[in-house]
Write a protein that binds this ligand. Structure first.
Ligand code: FAD
Length: 389
């Protein structure tokens, strides 16, 4: 066995690791992936109508981190894209997050002007004010605005997304819903906002374009590799392996669910092609109050693709069941934090295994955050130092 590294999972985390190990260390890596493609949840492909679509839901790249931007730019050119979201509220489409433009669409002009003046005087311009803060304002009209945003924009969307009752919603989540005192309709304000010119999958292929990386698709790692959970001894294809394992699959699965499953929320995606050039005004329209789905995304806005037709996706949140669908969003609450703590303690004992990424860390990460984390873990830990969990 002339390789020292095995990486499980060919999503962003695993691919960054395999790329760094081959480029910087000049070492060979085995990359194991259970799906029939690379890219994890950021995988994209051309559908039967020739439109570039994202199989696991729309992925919009944005970051404030030059280190992430510069790193990925080695593997792709970019198309500038600034994401915009409209919310369908009382039959009107208005910008989300709720901002001054939304205000003027939602309310009669005199009232909207008054609210605008009060918001700017009270909080300044280009500022995101949590609605809980607004709710605590002495002014009844600003309290009314906070309640309006809570009910029309946030409440039903969140109930649909997480499948919870309003009473179960943590105040800390509510506190974060903002009104954006600005005319800026962009969903993100990050310095770098763009999409890979030829798609994510092409970028991933460029990252893995090395003779030192041996990719095995359609391979659940447990079919070829076993780890003694007490001693950390690894066997690969029946042979002892004394290198390092970078694991980006689900944390509970690694430990055979010994403390029970870590709960997730899942999604069902419904794709639909329309024989028309354009379906909706912006990339994503949210439906907080109507329908079973939360949002509709039209891919052509994201990709700037010219084509005869357009493909959209509707997202239906649903409970996660291991045999039926995929784990998407970790469900964070006190009981699960305790469970996670038990798994973390076990993970810390395995000094030759690095747990990385959204599944192995049971953490919602944006793509830039996961790249940043992988680069850090590579330079601080895999290259030498101890693991920092
Ligand atoms: P993954 O992409 O999940 O990769 C893990 C890989 O491990 C998968 O390929 C999986 O098949 C493989 N694996 C699992 N178990 C095994 C096993 N037993 N054996 C072998 N392989 C295994 N981020 C943004 O920045 N912008 C967005 O717009 C955005 N939109 C999102 C929309 C949705 C619906 C979701 C759910 C996430 C979104 N994200 C977005 C987050 C983004 O998807 C993640 O940051 C990113 O996918 C994390 O990469 P990862 O490698 O950690 O995990």
């Amino acid at each position: 066995m002339d390789f020292k590294y095995i990486v499980v999972g060919a999503g962003f985390s695993g691919i960054v690791m395999a790329e760094r190990i081959s480029t910087v260390l000049g070492e060979r890596t085995i990359l194991l992936e259970q799906r029939n493609h690379i890219g994890g949840n950021a995988y994209d492909y051309y559908d039967e109508y020739g439109n570039l679509i994202h199989k696991y839901g729309p992925h919009i790249f944005h970051t404030t981190l030059p280190v992430v931007w510069n790193y990925l730019s080695q593997f792709t050119d970019w198309i500038p894209y600034e994401h915009k979201v409209l919310g369908s509220i009382d039959g009107q489409l208005m910008p989300i997050p709720f901002n001054l433009n939304s205000l003027h669409l939602a309310f009669p002009s005199k009232m909207a002007m008054r609210l605008e003046d009060k918001l700017i005087d009270g909080y300044g311009y280009n500022v995101k004010v949590p609605i809980l803060k607004l709710r605590n304002n002495d002014d009844p009209e600003l309290q009314f605005l906070a309640d309006y945003i809570y009910e029309k924009v946030f409440l039903n969307y969140t109930i649909k997304q997480w499948g919870v009752s309003p009473e179960e919603l943590s105040p800390s989540v509510t506190a974060r819903v903002p009104v954006y005192v600005s005319r800026d309709d962009r969903y993100f304000q990050d310095k770098y906002q763009a999409m890979p010119r030829h798609g994510y999958t092409q970028m991933f292929e460029n990252m893995l374009n090395s003779k030192l990386i041996h990719l095995m698709l359609n391979t659940d790692y447990k079919d070829v590799l076993s780890v003694d959970l007490e001693t950390g001894e690894i066997t690969f294809l029946g042979q002892p392996f004394d290198g390092k394992l970078i694991y980006t699959g689900p944390l509970d699965y690694f430990f055979d669910f010994k403390y029970g499953p870590l709960p997730y929320r899942s999604l069902r995606f419904e794709f639909e092609n329309h024989a028309t050039n354009s379906y909706q005004r912006v990339g994503t329209v949210n439906y907080p109050c109507d329908y079973d789905y939360t949002r509709v995304t039209e891919f052509k806005h994201l990709t700037h693709q010219q084509s005869q037709s357009t493909t959209i996706v509707r997202e239906y949140p649903e409970p996660y069941e291991r045999e039926k669908n995929l784990p998407y969003y970790p469900i964070k609450n006190d009981a699960n934090a305790e469970l996670l703590g038990l798994y973390h303690a076990d993970a810390r004992r395995l000094s030759n295994v690095f747990f990385l990424g959204r599944l192995a860390e049971y953490q919602y990460y944006n793509m830039d955050a996961v790249v940043s984390k992988a680069l850090k873990v590579f330079s601080q830990n895999v290259c030498g130092g101890p693991q920092d969990t």
